[in-house]
Ligand binder design. Structure first.
Ligand SMILES: *[C@@H]1O[C@H](CO)[C@@H](O)[C@H](O)[C@H]1NC(C)=O
Ligand SMILES: *[C@@H]1O[C@H](CO)[C@@H](O)[C@H](O)[C@H]1NC(C)=O
Ligand SMILES: *[C@@H]1O[C@H](CO)[C@@H](O)[C@H](O)[C@H]1NC(C)=O
Length: 195
């Protein structure tokens, strides 16, 4: 199902998070690794065609590259399936493939945005996993119980990933919110419905 940003919304997409209970790897340079001892972030993906009708808003500094591994992409101590070398490539892959359309200032700013919006849901997924949740439905229920901002737009059992609905205003300020609120939080002021 393609994502519809709705009236007056330029940027919409998903935050992809991995519970860490998936298996396998994405077979591209810097691709995702799905098995981890803890939930980890995958990325923030504007749903441009054919995945949706989000526009591609290019970064102010399209030639920038990540200068460091930001917090949420750093390996957990003792994770056998994570190396810093790979996370460097993973960030570059996410930046070039998705960050380049997300209305960001530059690479570091984009990756920090990903971490900022991923922090709360990752914490909830971590707690759920600690308490024994294994199936995606269970993780989804924990998120929903803990905040109206969480909507699972799509999920994948094989990779054990949840894609959470998100949108951004034209300034590239991303928020997690269900699709029915995209216009409210991310629409151009002129298209907002009168209260
Ligand atoms: C990865 O992709 C390459 C090229 O597309 C292919 O030759 C290789 O078999 C793939 N490896 C796995 C493990 O899928
Ligand atoms: C590491 O990856 C393998 C292969 O996907 C998986 O079977 C294993 O459970 C992973 N380890 C952890 C600690 O998640
Ligand atoms: C889940 O992810 C795997 C690996 O990327 C992919 O091959 C598969 O098509 C996905 N399944 C669905 C239902 O999207």
């Amino acid at each position: 199902m393609a994502m519809d940003c709705g009236p007056g919304v330029t940027l919409c997409g998903v935050l992809a998070v991995m519970t860490g209970l998936g298996s396998g790897v994405q077979n591209v340079t810097g691709g995702a690794v799905y098995g981890h001892p803890y939930p980890m972030v995958h990325g923030l993906w504007p749903e441009v065609a054919p995945y949706g009708n989000s526009q591609c808003v290019q970064p102010q500094d399209p030639l920038s590259e990540p200068s460091k591994v930001v917090g949420c992409y750093q390996c957990y101590t003792g994770d056998p399936n994570c190396t810093t070398d790979h996370q460097v490539l993973f960030q570059e892959h996410e930046w070039h493939k998705h960050g380049s359309c997300a209305g960001a200032k530059d690479a570091d700013t984009f990756l920090q945005t990903v971490c900022d919006i991923a922090l709360a849901p990752l914490k909830l997924l971590y707690q759920a996993r600690q308490s024994g949740v294994r199936d995606l439905g269970g993780f989804e229920r924990v998120l929903k119980r803990n905040g109206p901002q969480y909507e699972v737009f799509a999920s994948n059992e094989t990779t054990s990933q949840l894609m959470l609905s998100a949108c951004a205003d034209e300034g590239g300020h991303w928020v997690l919110t269900p699709r029915r609120y995209f216009s409210t939080f991310c629409g151009k002021a002129s298209t907002r419905e009168p209260r």
